[in-house]
Design a protein around this ligand. Structure first.
Ligand code: SAM
Length: 343
């Protein structure tokens, strides 16, 4: 740059409540090879492939966010690894690491990690969130309606062997895994994995009643407190988002609690979500969104049009969500399934 000129940097993404968005969750497909009972209906209609953003469009969206100060991108879905060109996407986005992007990561059910773990590591991924709700193969099949537990364990082993740091995400389910959680914590910590427990959220019609699934995490925490010494980690770990963490003295491992229903955490929200069709959702618990796809496909200057979309999205980011599960057969708070935004 010539002397005397100051570089003009694109404005950071700061919303109306003063929160800076530095974290993008980018969904690359709505398809999944599992049908977890709390996430999807047994028979789902998925989007036609032509509606999905192409590899080039996904990269362009990611680059627009990185220019505006996003430093962390999590690829999600559906199951991100079922998308055929997901490997290429990781390769492309990996090239932004050290050039604005600090972390590229993903959330996966691990069914395809045996195939993909090494490639992900080579693309620059260092940490992975793996969703696993039980260690019992029969219960696994019941919860996922079809999954092969051994394959998931092989995926986890492959990720571990490839050098990926693993965090296990487990949704607390009243009748299916609540009693098993201490065993799962022991297993995860025994293998050197962090673990996070998540309250089930009323998103989308899954054909199941949420009241039969929902268990407040303070109930589970009370049980863990009777077994172990839970030491609160000071403050919120900003890299961990909404999780509140404890260290368990006896296992030496970290355990997070994500409590969208019993303890709101929106004040520290630093994220937005983009769906595989290019909708920006500013809040997981609200339905307002802004469509990026038209900007990408029809604008004369797509990068300028994307920037304008980001500005509009930030202005519209709501202060908080207000999930609740109170009554039997209540309609879901939002018709959208979690697989649209990827959690
Ligand atoms: N397929 C990937 C996976 O399994 O991690 C990514 C997408 S999945 C929708 C992301 C996360 O959302 C998973 O941890 C899943 O357990 C969680 N999830 C799905 N539906 C949920 C719900 N209604 N409430 C809470 N968590 C949910």
């Amino acid at each position: 740059m010539p002397d005397g000129l100051t570089e003009i940097r694109p404005a950071p993404l700061i919303d109306a409540f003063g929160r800076t968005v530095t974290y993008l969750r980018l969904s690359v497909t709505d398809r999944c090879d599992l049908r977890c009972t709390y996430c999807m209906a047994e028979h789902m209609t998925f989007l036609p492939k032509k509606d999905l953003l192409s590899l080039e469009e996904l990269e362009r969206v990611a680059a627009a966010f990185i220019r505006r100060g996003v430093t962390k991108i999590r690829i999600t879905g559906g199951e991100p690894l079922v998308r055929k060109d997901s490997g290429q996407l990781f390769d492309r986005l990996g090239s932004y690491l050290g050039d604005g992007l600090h972390e590229l990561t993903l959330t996966t059910n691990a069914t395809l990690l045996e195939r993909d773990a090494t490639r992900l590591y080579e693309a620059g991924v260092r940490r992975v969130n793996i969703s696993l709700d039980t260690l019992d193969p029969d219960m696994f099949r019941e919860i996922t309606r079809r999954g092969d537990f051994d394959r998931v364990i092989r995926g986890i082993d492959a990720a571990d062997a490839a050098g990926l740091k693993i965090k296990i995400n487990t949704v607390g389910l009243k009748h299916q895994n609540a009693a098993e959680i201490p065993h799962m914590v022991e297993w995860a910590h025994g293998r050197g994995f962090d673990m996070t427990l998540i309250e089930v959220m009323p998103l989308g019609d899954t054909g199941e009643d949420r009241i039969d699934q929902y268990v407040p995490l303070f109930d589970i925490r009370d049980r863990l407190d009777q077994i172990w010494t839970l030491e609160e980690e000071p403050g919120r770990d900003t890299s961990a988002g909404p999780s509140r963490y404890v260290r368990i003295r006896e296992t030496g491992g970290r355990l997070g609690f994500i409590t969208p229903l019993t303890n709101n955490f929106c004040a520290g929200c630093n994220r937005v979500r983009v769906t595989c069709t290019g909708r920006i959702y500013m809040c997981l618990g609200q339905d307002d969104h802004i469509d990026l796809r038209a900007a990408l496909r029809e604008a004369a200057d797509p990068d300028a049009a994307l920037d304008a979309c980001l500005d509009r999205a930030l202005l519209a980011k709501p202060e908080r969500h207000d999930f609740a599960i109170k009554d039997r057969e209540e309609p879901p708070a939002l018709p959208r399934h979690m697989s649209v935004t990827g959690g």
